[in-house]
Design a protein around this ligand. Structure first.
Ligand code: SF4
Length: 109
């Protein structure tokens, strides 16, 4: 008995680390070859080693492997999103307190 496509997708989603799921879902829409190639390379390397470090130059996808993390941002819970927002506010506040007389991005100008 073969598994339905949706069941297979759900099973794969359950196996991969959470921060790769959004890219995988985008790939599975069939609308983004870039997302599909990224998802394939990350899965190929067990979602652990960055595809930029791939050591298989003969692979047909080698020239298209992603340089960094998946294009889409990781899925966050509402609590995680709120915590990230608070850290960003604190970071901006600290920056503004320590960079008097400058504007963000001009500290080294
Ligand atoms: S390029 Fe490397 S990481 Fe990507 S599918 Fe081929 S062997 Fe795997």
């Amino acid at each position: 008995m073969s598994m339905s496509r949706d069941s297979a997708i759900q099973a794969k989603l359950a196996r991969m680390p959470a921060n790769f799921r959004r890219n995988y879902r985008e790939a599975m829409t069939g609308k983004s070859r870039a997302a599909a190639m990224d998802a394939y390379c990350w899965e190929c390397l067990g979602w652990e080693c960055p595809p930029a470090d791939c050591t298989s130059p003969a692979c047909p996808l080698y020239s298209f492997r992603p340089a960094g993390m998946p294009h889409s941002s990781p899925e966050l819970t509402p609590e995680q999103r709120e915590a990230v927002g608070k850290r960003l506010v604190q970071s901006r506040k600290h920056y503004n307190e320590t960079q008097t007389g400058t504007t963000p991005g001009s500290a080294n100008a």
